[in-house]
Design a protein around this ligand. Structure first.
Ligand SMILES: Cc1cc2nc3c(=O)[nH]c(=O)nc-3n(C[C@H](O)[C@H](O)[C@H](O)COP(=O)(O)O)c2cc1C
Length: 184
């Protein structure tokens, strides 16, 4: 089966997640192309059996290039297997017991996209991303500063100013399950 992973990223976590999903799917026998939608425009998806769309979440917004991709190809997705995933703060909210934030993030990140474009995905992945204070501009850093003490306490720190919220086992299991569903 041929699969396309097309993603939008601001700070780069979605690139790493896309590459890990690609690695798993290749092990399962898929022929994979990965595209960062900011670097490459996709004109045609007819050759692919499975399309995976990834996006970062920033200030409650889906990445605009991933949104455009969903909008432009929504008709072509019919008759193909489609899966969507997002890089978010969900794993942090879960650890903090902030269930309302988990529910809200699920809704605004993917459930609203599915409804808006009338999509029929076979899988939705709500993953953690990376909070990297070194990469943020002044205003973003100010806005995200309030989370720093809890991120520290929750053990997400991987280097100075960098907090990795990704649960790799969850991401790998999602990719394995997706491979099974797509093969059906
Ligand atoms: C300024 C800023 C705003 C963010 N806003 C949200 C948000 O509204 N919801 C969320 O779940 N995560 C939010 N995040 C966390 C991102 O989802 C996380 O950093 C993710 O890794 C971004 O994906 P990317 O690294 O591929 O750009 C925000 C991060 C930054 C730096």
């Amino acid at each position: 089966m041929k699969a396309l992973i097309a993603y939008g990223t601001r700070y780069g976590a979605t690139t790493g997640t896309s590459e890990e999903i690609a690695k798993i799917l290749r092990e399962e026998g898929f022929d994979i192309k990965i595209v960062n939608l900011k670097e490459e425009k996709i004109k045609d998806i007819s050759e692919y059996d499975l399309i995976i769309v990834g996006s970062s979440m920033g200030n409650c917004r889906y990445a605009s290039e991933a949104e455009d991709f969903l909008k432009n190809f929504r008709k072509e997705f019919e008759g193909k297997k489609l899966a969507l995933f997002v890089s978010t703060m969900i794993t942090f909210f879960e650890r903090e017991g902030k269930i309302d934030d988990v529910t809200k993030t699920r809704k605004i990140s993917l459930e609203d996209r599915v409804a808006k474009y009338n999509l029929k995905p076979i899988a939705l992945g709500f993953f953690g991303g990376v909070i990297d204070y070194n990469k943020m501009g002044f205003i973003a850093r100010k806005g995200m500063e309030i989370f720093k003490p809890q991120l520290e306490k929750d053990g997400f720190k991987v280097a100075e100013g960098i907090y990795d919220l990704r649960n790799w086992d969850e991401i790998r299991n999602w990719a394995k399950e997706l491979s099974r569903k797509a093969g059906q």
